[in-house]
Design a protein around this ligand. Structure first.
Ligand code: CAA
Length: 260
C-alpha cells in the first residue's frame, strides 16, 4: 500500500523507522493517517523488523494531536468511531511482539502523546513538549490517553496534566517518568539507534515474552502476574535462543540469536 502520510524505512539490521508525515498540520492525525498506521503495524513482518522506531517528520513536531479540522465536524457516533480507530491502531503498536521506541521531536500533544505512550518507551529531544490539551477543546483524550498516562505517571500527575491541559517540557517529562531520556535534537536519532542496536543483540523471543508479561501483568492480580511470568520463563527453555545464550556465556563468547 502507498502511504500518503507515513514514511517507512526498513534498515538491513532489523530496525524499521515509521515517520508520521503531515507537515502542513504538524503531523496531526486524521483518519487516513490512523488507517495507514493501522495498516502498517498490522502488516509489519516482526521476524524481519526486530525494533520499530516511531517519529514525526520535521523538527517542530512529533505529532500535534488528532486533526482538529476533521474532528470539528463530528457528532457522538462519529466521535466514538474516530476514538476507536486510533485506539485500535495504537493497541496494535502496544502489543507488537517487538520493542517500539518513540523518538519525540517537538510537540507531542493529545493524540501525539497517546501515540508516544503506546510505544514501549520514549526518548525526547530537549525541544519536545508533552501534553493532553483535549479538555480545552471540549473533549477528553480519545486514543487511550486517560488509561496510559495514568499508568505511566500515576493518577495524580495524569489528572493534573489532563485537567489543566498544560504542556510540560522535556525535562519535566523526564522527571515524571513519561520519557526515559532527553537529548539535543540532533542527537535524538543516534541515541534511539544505539538503544535499538543494543536490543538487537538480545534474544528476540525472550524480549517478546518479557514485553507481553510487562504489558499484561499490569491488569492482573499479583498471583496471576507471577504465574504469567513463570509460564513465559518456562517457554524460553523450549527455544534455541536459550541454549545459545547460556552456552555462549559458559564458553565466554558473544551469543548469536536466531529467534527460534
Ligand atoms: N489538528 C489540525 N491542525 C493542526 C493541529 C491539529 N491538532 N495542530 C496544528 N495544526 C495546524 C495549524 O492549524 C496550522 O495550520 P495552518 O498553517 O493551516 O494555520 C499548522 O498546523 C501550524 O500550527 P500553528 O500555526 O498553530 O503553529 P504554532 O507553532 O503557532 O503552534 C501548537 C503549535 C502549539 C502545536 C498549535 O498548533 C496547537 O496548539 N495545536 C493543537 C494541539 C492540540 O490541541 N492537540 C490535541 C488535539 S485533540 C486530540 O488529540 C484528541 C485525541 O486525544 C484523540
Amino acid at each position: 500500500m502507498e502511504y500518503k502520510f507515513l514514511k517507512t524505512e526498513f534498515k538491513d539490521n532489523g530496525i524499521t523507522i515509521m515517520t508520521v508525515s503531515a507537515p502542513k498540520s504538524l503531523n496531526a492525525l486524521n483518519s487516513t493517517v490512523l488507517k495507514e498506521i493501522d495498516h502498517f503495524v498490522s502488516n509489519l513482518d516482526t521476524k524481519k523488523t526486530r525494533v520499530l522506531i516511531i517519529t514525526g517528520d520535521g523538527e517542530k513536531a512529533f505529532v500535534a494531536g488528532a486533526d482538529i479540522s476533521e474532528m470539528v465536524h463530528l457528532y457522538e457516533k462519529e466521535g466514538y468511531e474516530f476514538s476507536k480507530l486510533g485506539a485500535i491502531a495504537f493497541r496494535k503498536i502496544e502489543t507488537l511482539p517487538i520493542p517500539v521506541i518513540a523518538a519525540v521531536n517537538g510537540f507531542c500533544l493529545g493524540g501525539g502523546c497517546e501515540l508516544a505512550m503506546a510505544c514501549d518507551f520514549r526518548y525526547a529531544s530537549s525541544n519536545a513538549k508533552f501534553g493532553q490539551p483535549e479538555v480545552g477543546l471540549g473533549i477528553t483524550p480519545g486514543f487511550s490517553g486517560t488509561y496510559r498516562l495514568a499508568k505511566l505517571v500515576g493518577q495524580g500527575m495524569a489528572k493534573e496534566m489532563i485537567f489543566t491541559s498544560k504542556a510540560i517540557k522535556a525535562d519535566e517529562a523526564l522527571r515524571i517518568g513519561l520519557v526515559n531520556a532527553v537529548c539535543e535534537p540532533e542527537e535524538l536519532m543516534n541515541k534511539v539507534m544505539m538503544t535499538a542496536k543494543r536490543i538487537l543483540a538480545n534474544a528476540p523471543l525472550a524480549i517478546a515474552h518479557a514485553k507481553r508479561c510487562i504489558n499484561e501483568s499490569y491488569d492482573l492480580c499479583a498471583d496471576d502476574a507471577i504465574e504469567l511470568e513463570n509460564v513465559a520463563f518456562g517457554k524460553c527453555f523450549a527455544t534455541d535462543d536459550q541454549k545459545e545464550g547460556m552456552a555462549a556465556f559458559l564458553e565466554k563468547r558473544e551469543a548469536v540469536f536466531g529467534g527460534k
